[in-house]
Write a protein that binds this ligand. Structure first.
Ligand code: ADP
Ligand code: MG
Length: 583
């Protein structure tokens, strides 16, 4: 028997309902608005009164309208066909719709129910199985999509039957498992899972121990992110958050990309829809979209749907992680998500925390980031979800609550600076404020020393120090004038410019410069550090500037030319000549 109820109060999307039976926190219900069913989620229960947030506009809803409670939480449907799909936060398939927006009360099927998938069994009948164990596989694009024991089957079962190789729909029976009491359970290729509950059907979650190459130099060389790690990109509007995330998604060592475009302006979401399908995967030359799922909401969609989208995205990420794949989850921007939380909390008249955000904002953010990670699956393989979110702090103020809370949870901090963006120094990641805590992990240091070279982290610290000294020198020169400081100040400044122009700045739109392999990053960075360790002598600051500007020009040309190509060697020769030119 479903619990039902009657609407007693409405404040925008927050509706109070008098119920006739039990309701659970986060349970889903449908409110009947003259035949149109509006989906809503329980966010507070007080005796016979349930507070629900409606995922749609409540225009026209009246007191006395009826509601029916579903007995389960907001769920996401998991199965083959998620990739290359565009969904909204409630997993409505936006491709099957006209335009980006759905009509009120309209929900679409997330998966193609008619499509046939070629299934190959991999598990033997008679073996013991449990949640997330692999039973077989279908090809989704060119990725192996594992068909797993659904995550709800947490106990041990005996695999009674598995379907022979052949073509099946997602709803066809492909296996039967038997529980300890002898009851059979039928398994299909699709399953449902509540979005706000982490999928934990794995053996353990060790600390991340290897880096994830992104091809972006200011990340890989200076502040690497770990596979299964977390990072965030705060930055004011127009500083390059979206460009940086796109660059990472094109190039990173990941099998699956999940893009949560949450609550940005409608035109930005349309941009993602039009731009993402055009992005080309630098590893395979194929469309990135083939292994991408986009979950999007705009700020003009109802607040509850915006809140749901990041959870939907994370759950899909965890699903692919269980298949032993490397998932990269991107959210742009988590500020809109936090604003959705704030709107809800304010309507509920909860005691507000800083800037009227909910008191438990730090806990909500940290619980979310904690769902990322590298895991050891029960079969001994690994899978990972690496999460990078952007934050758009109002007025670029990094002291606001969302940035502060995120800083406590994310291990990498890529601060975009307005002044760097104004000077067109892209990506505008501030080399002094930004950091990667992974550089302090002995496991990561040792991974870098085998993958790159033994003294790598030491060398990185050297470079960071040069940047810092350069900034100090620059400030002194600004105060005292070019002539007012010893030549040493100019040398320090130009050394930091060398690192800035050659390593940190990277043109996301140049065919070659946009992606730099780790091998090439090592080569270029070592070259630059070697030059920085030489102290050339100059007559005056002008000569100093001219010399380093010359080096920057030649080195930049090297960035734009194919590694080890004729052009590259030509510039290298020129560089050596310049350096040895009597100095
Ligand atoms: P945000 O998402 O922070 O509002 P965008 O990512 O849309 O900002 O970037 C704004 C503009 O900055 C881009 O349209 C582009 O012209 C420029 N830009 C940002 N990053 C780079 C880059 N790495 N290389 C070249 N141009 C860039
Ligand atoms: Mg943007």
């Amino acid at each position: 028997m479903k619990t039902t109820g009657k609407v007693t109060g409405i404040i925008a999307n927050l509706v109070t309902i008098e119920v006739d039976g039990p309701v659970a926190q986060n349970e889903i219900c449908y409110i009947d608005l003259s035949g149109t069913k509006l989906m809503a989620e329980v966010i507070k229960v007080n005796g016979k009164e349930a507070y629900v947030q409606v995922y749609e506009s409540t225009r026209g809803l009246k007191t006395g309208d009826t509601a029916e409670f579903e007995g389960h939480m907001l769920e996401v449907t998991l199965g083959p066909g998620l990739l290359s799909s565009n969904y909204d936060g409630l997993q409505n398939n936006l491709e099957t719709m006209e335009g980006v927006f759905l009509k009120r009360g309209e929900y679409t099927s997330p998966l193609d129910m008619e499509k046939l998938w070629h299934f190959t069994p991999t598990a033997e009948p008679g073996t013991e199985v449990s949640a997330a164990d692999w039973l077989g596989e279908v090809k989704e694009g060119w990725l192996p999509h594992k068909i797993m024991v659904p995550f709800i089957y947490k106990e041990q079962y005996i695999l009674k039957h598995v379907a022979p190789e052949g073509d099946y729909k997602v709803s066809d029976k492909i296996a039967v498992i038997t529980d300890s009491e002898g009851n059979d359970h039928e398994i299909t290729m699709m399953q449902k899972w509540p979005v706000k509950v982490a999928i934990t059907a794995y053996r353990d979650k060790p600390r991340p121990y290897r880096i994830m190459e992104t091809g972006v130099r200011c990340i890989d060389t200076f502040n690497p992110i770990a596979e299964g790690g977390t990072g965030f990109i705060p930055g004011p509007f127009g500083c390059g958050k979206t460009v940086l995330q796109h660059a990472i998604s094109k190039q990173a060592e990941a099998d699956v990309i999940i893009m949560a475009a949450c609550g940005e302006r409608a035109n930005e979401v349309v941009e993602i829809f039009t731009e993402f399908p055009l992005l080309i995967d630098v590893h395979t030359g194929r469309h990135l979209m083939e292994r991408t799922t986009i979950i999007c909401n705009t700020s003009n969609m109802p607040v509850a749907a915006r809140e749901a989208s990041v959870y939907t995205a994370m759950t899909i990420g965890e699903y692919y992680r269980s298949m032993g794949l490397r998932v990269l989850l991107l959210a742009d921007s988590t500020s809109r998500w936090a604003q959705a939380l704030r709107e809800m909390s304010n309507r509920m008249e909860e005691l507000p925390g800083a800037d009227a955000f909910p008191m438990d904002l730090p806990a909500i953010i940290s619980n979310f980031y904690a769902r990322a990670g590298l895991v050891n699956l029960n079969n001994g393989k690994t899978g990972s979800v690496t999460f990078i979110g952007t934050v758009s702090p109002a007025g670029g103020n990094l002291k606001e609550p969302v940035t502060e809370s995120t800083k406590k949870s994310a291990r990498c901090f890529y601060a975009l600076s307005q002044s760097r963006a104004d000077k067109k120094r892209y990506p505008a990641v501030d080399p002094i404020d930004s950091y990667s805590k992974y550089l302090e992990y002995p496991e990561i240091v040792s991974d870098l020393s085998t993958r790159v070279n033994k003294e790598w982290v030491e060398k990185v610290m050297k470079g960071k120090n040069i940047i810092l000294r350069g900034k100090e020198a620059y400030e002194q020169i600004n105060i005292l004038g070019d002539d007012g400081v010893p030549i040493e100040y100019h040398r320090k400044f130009w050394k930091s410019e060398l690192i800035d122009f050659i390593i940190l700045q990277q043109d996301a739109f140049d065919k070659i410069d946009s992606v730099t392999s780790l091998e090439r990053q090592e080569y270029m960075y070592s070259l630059v550090i070697d030059i920085c360790e030489k102290d050339f002598s100059f007559e005056d600051f002008e000569e100093c500037g001219t010399f380093y500007k010359g080096l920057i020009n030649i080195l930049r040309q090297m960035n734009y030319s194919e590694f080890k190509s004729e052009n590259f060697n030509k510039y290298l020769e020129q560089l050596n000549k310049e350096i040895n030119n009597g100095r």
